[in-house]
Structures are given as C-alpha cells and as structure tokens.
Design a protein around this ligand. Structure first.
Ligand code: NDP
Length: 294
C-alpha cells in the first residue's frame, strides 16, 4: 500500500489560521500585535528571499514585522548594538538573525546576545539547555515543525524507535531531544555512523537531516515506518533544476506508512513554526496563558 503523504503545506496553513486567531487577544491586552524582527547582514540572494518571506508571512497573520538589513561589511560591534536595541524594544517579541552571517562575524556571539525570551529561532545556548532540561523555552523551528507533523501522523509517539540522521545544532540535536521527550528510544546517526542502512531499518520513525540528495533508499525503510525528510538539495533532472530530499521518495513511499514530500513537507512548517514561536514569545512576555495551537 502506498504511504500516506504528510502534507506540511496543509498543516502549516491550519496552524497559521490558529495563530492569526490568537492575535486579537494579545492586542486587547497590550494594545499591540506580536512583533518579529528579522536581521539580515549582506545581500545573499537566498537569504534575502527567506527574510522577505518571513516578514510577509508575519504581516499576513497580523503581526508587526521589522526588517533590518545591514551592509555586508558591518562590524561585530554594529550587529551587537542592533541586537541590544531590539532586546530593549518592547514592540519586538521575537528576534531572528538570518544565518549564515558573513565569515568575519562571530555567529555564536551574536546568537548569545539575543534575549532568550525573544530567541524565536531557538538557537541560543540557553534555549538548547532548557530543552535538554525539560524546561519551558524556545525550540528550534525546523525540529518543532517535524514534531508537529509526527504527532499529526502518529498521535502518541511513546515507545517508538526513532533514528535521527544528522546531528546539527539547528536540526538533528534538538530533534533528538524532542523525540526523547515524547518517550521515543532515539538513535542519532551522523557521517561516522557504521552501517547506517541497518540503523535506519530498525526505526519506526526516521528523521533525515543530512543534505545529501536521495541518500536514504526505500529498502532502508522498515515497512510502515513514518519518514520525515528535512533535507533539501538541488539536482538537475531532465535539464531542469529540482528540489529533492535526503530520502529517495519513489522507493521509500512504497514501503513507508507515512512520508513527507520535498517540497511541501517540512519546508512550510519551518516558517510557520517561527510564527508560532513569535506568538509564544509575545504571550509569555505578557505573562498570559498560551493558547493550545497544536
Ligand atoms: P548540517 O550540514 O549542519 O548537518 C548535516 C548532518 O548530516 C551532520 O550532522 C553530518 O554529520 C550528517 N551527515 C553528513 N553526511 C552524512 C552521511 N553520509 N551519513 C550520515 N550523516 C551524514 O545540515 P543541517 O542540519 O543544517 O541541515 C540538514 C539538511 O536539512 C540540509 O539539506 C538543509 O538544507 C536542510 N534544512 C531544511 C530546512 C527546511 O525548512 N526544509 C531547514 C533546515 C535545514 P557530521 O556531524 O558527522 O558531519
């Protein structure tokens, strides 16, 4: 039987609707909508597109969007001064610094300068530490979106065997922590893992976050498993550029129980999780009870 296709776009649209509905209560309480500040240094075309789409989505949902573009040759001091200003600005609930930064800037120091209460990207070491400690905090957007999709497909994840392929701070590590908190038994695989195919074959849940086009084949997947494909790679097929995931979709979708497509799976969830985190930050900063959104 072909796998159920987990429609990230549809889920993200639904979540967006619930986020938009939760904004008027905030406005009534404090007289203003949640505010998201996005900081871009330089003019990398892909980063410019991401920043624009984040601002547009925030405005569509009824949030205030503040976009700050600094020149490529900005100093660490300039960038830290902007972060300090945004930390102190009450109209800003969430701060996102678009990565990667130009190589002369120290990304970690910049992320550490963000007020953890406004760390909507969930990359501050305090956010990572709170996740490991099981404390309330901000969770990195892509793994949060993956967890939402897994819950929507499976309901209760308790006791399931999960393999996360990739151990980045952005995706793999927080994903593994989230699955552990759901009572999964979690294996984290990476470039030095021996016999990756055998590890993946044992998993009820596979989250692939590698960045190698179609590396995970259908015969690596346990029949009926749920597959979340985070990877995005551009390949040329029949003379056209296409976006593909880390999983070979054709072969995997005839074995898996449920699978995310690329595009249309995890991608739309990442941006909506950012909106979710901005709303969450706005509620928490006003000491209001956060509505149930997923
Ligand atoms: P990183 O490059 O930071 O991490 C990749 C991870 O994959 C590393 O842990 C690396 O292992 C591991 N890896 C590399 N090669 C292999 C291999 N042959 N076998 C097993 N593991 C391997 O990438 P990110 O985590 O930032 O992103 C992963 C992918 O997800 C990328 O394609 C990225 O574009 C995509 N992405 C998509 C998003 C979306 O919204 N759809 C959002 C974020 C990311 P090691 O640590 O040993 O080097």
């Amino acid at each position: 039987m072909p796998a159920q296709i987990i429609d990230g776009k549809a889920y993200a649209n639904g979540l967006g609707g619930r986020i938009a509905q939760a904004i008027p209560a905030l406005e009534q309480h404090s007289g203003r909508s949640p505010g998201l500040a996005v900081v871009l240094v330089g003019s990398d075309p892909a980063s410019e597109v991401y920043v624009r789409s984040k601002g547009k989505m925030a405005r569509e949902l009824g949030m205030a969007s503040f976009e700050h573009v600094l020149p490529e040759d900005s100093s660490q001091h300039d960038l830290l001064a902007l972060i300090a200003k945004l930390n102190a600005d009450d109209a800003v609930d969430g701060i996102l610094v678009q990565l990667p930064l130009p190589s002369h800037l120290d990304s970690l120091a910049v992320i550490e300068a963000i007020d953890p209460a406004k760390d909507v990207d969930g990359l501050h070491p305090s956010s990572a530490g709170r996740l490991v400690s099981g404390l309330e905090g901000m969770v990195s957007c892509t793994p949060l979106g993956c967890l939402m999709l897994l819950r929507s497909a499976l309901g209760n994840l308790s006791g399931l065997d999960a393999v996360v392929v990739g151990r980045s701070i952005l995706v793999g590590k927080p994903m593994a922590q989230l699955l552990l908190a759901e009572n999964c038994t979690v294996t984290i695989a990476h470039s030095r893992t021996r016999d990756l195919a055998a590890k993946v074959r044992q998993a009820d849940i596979v989250v692939a976050a590698v960045g190698q086009a179609e590396m995970i084949k259908g015969d690596w997947i346990k029949p009926g498993a749920t597959v979340i494909d985070v990877g995005t790679s551009r390949v040329i097929r029949d003379g056209k550029t296409r976006l593909v995931g880390d999983v070979e979709f054709g072969s995997a979708s005839s074995v898996a129980g449920a699978i995310t497509p690329v595009p249309g799976g995890v991608g739309p969830m990442t941006i909506m999780s950012l909106m979710h985190n901005t709303l969450l930050a706005a509620y928490r900063r006003r000491n209001l009870a956060v509505p149930q959104l997923w």
